[in-house]
Ligand binder design. Structure first.
Ligand SMILES: C[S@@+](CC[C@H](N)C(=O)[O-])C[C@H]1O[C@@H](n2cnc3c(N)ncnc32)[C@H](O)[C@@H]1O
Length: 273
């Protein structure tokens, strides 16, 4: 079986399960990302692994292959400006708007290993102590069970906490766990991690005041981006805020949203009128 055919199989599997489109130039990733799985499955090569996958109906091994092929790059306070906007504009505004309900719903969709939702949780703890008496539902989801397991554990390598996390916040909100740093229990408890494939139903999600959907649309084809944004329209409150990744936009995809400049960040809200 040729390597090209194996790549085509993997590509279709990832497309079918996660809607993630792997371009031809990602073929080189197959070897490095799937070699550990091949070893775990006790086969000698990627071709053998693909033969196993083809032989059986969708099972745990297929899921692990999908998880290994999607990009999970993330960091604490990634890109900085969205978190500044959250602190300086979005949360102060929503604190005023929701002072009767005293409830806030935030969703970090595609949270990878948890740095993004924990950055939000730390920001809330650090700058909005008054929210301690509110109901704050901070939901974080991802398609990847292995990333969610890491996120729930909240334990990070020194090089991970050195990316984006100020030392004062590291010392205040983490404790040593061997050579690693683990987020303190009370902050960990603030995040409700759930497995969710964005291409499937969002029916269990409450209305969201703030949605972080960052650095995931970029991996989808245009129609999938539009389908996902149509679902955001259903779940986001009329005065809610949507944050996308730096290379992502709603422009030319969904006219219901308009970009809003908040300091150095751009977020998206429903177009008025
Ligand atoms: C590059 S990471 C982004 C993490 C974080 N949002 C950030 O900006 O740092 C992309 C994440 O999207 C997840 N993902 C890919 N396809 C998905 C899908 N169909 N549904 C849910 N999550 C998906 C991956 O597992 C990965 O953790």
């Amino acid at each position: 079986m040729s390597a090209e055919t194996d790549f085509e199989y993997i590509r279709q599997l990832v497309r079918k399960r996660a809607e993630v489109a792997l371009s031809e130039d990602k073929a080189y990733l197959v070897e490095s990302r799937l070699a550990p799985l091949a070893r775990e499955a006790r086969v000698d090569s990627i071709s053998e692994l693909v033969r196993l996958l083809r032989r059986d109906p969708f099972n745990y091994l297929h899921q692990l292959v999908v998880e290994a092929m999607v990009t999970t790059e993330t960091s604490f306070f990634r890109d900085e400006h969205p978190f500044e906007a959250l602190k300086n504009f979005v949360l102060p505004e929503l604190l005023k708007q929701r002072q009767v309900e005293r409830t806030l719903n935030l969703w970090c969709a595609a949270c990878s290993s948890g740095q993004e939702p924990y950055s939000i949780a730390i920001l809330i703890r650090e700058y909005f102590p008054q929210l301690a008496s509110w109901t704050v539902n901070l939901i974080a989801s991802d398609i990847s069970a292995s990333m969610l397991a890491r996120a729930r554990l909240g334990s990070y390598k020194p090089h991970e906490v050195n990316r984006g996390l100020p030392l004062t916040l590291l010392q205040k909100y983490f404790h040593h766990s061997g050579k690693d740093w683990q987020i303190k229990e009370d902050v960990r408890q603030m995040v409700d991690f759930r497995q969710l494939n964005l291409a499937e139903s969002w029916s269990l999600m409450p209305s969201m005041d703030i949605m972080f959907l960052r650095n995931v649309l970029i991996y989808f084809e245009i129609e999938t981006k539009q389908t996902i944004l149509a679902k955001v329209r259903q779940v986001l409150c009329p005065d809610g805020y949507l944050f996308l990744g730096g290379g992502e936009t709603t422009i030319n995809l969904d006219a219901a949203f308009q970009p809003v400049q908040l300091g150095k960040a751009v977020c998206y809200q429903f177009r008025s009128g």
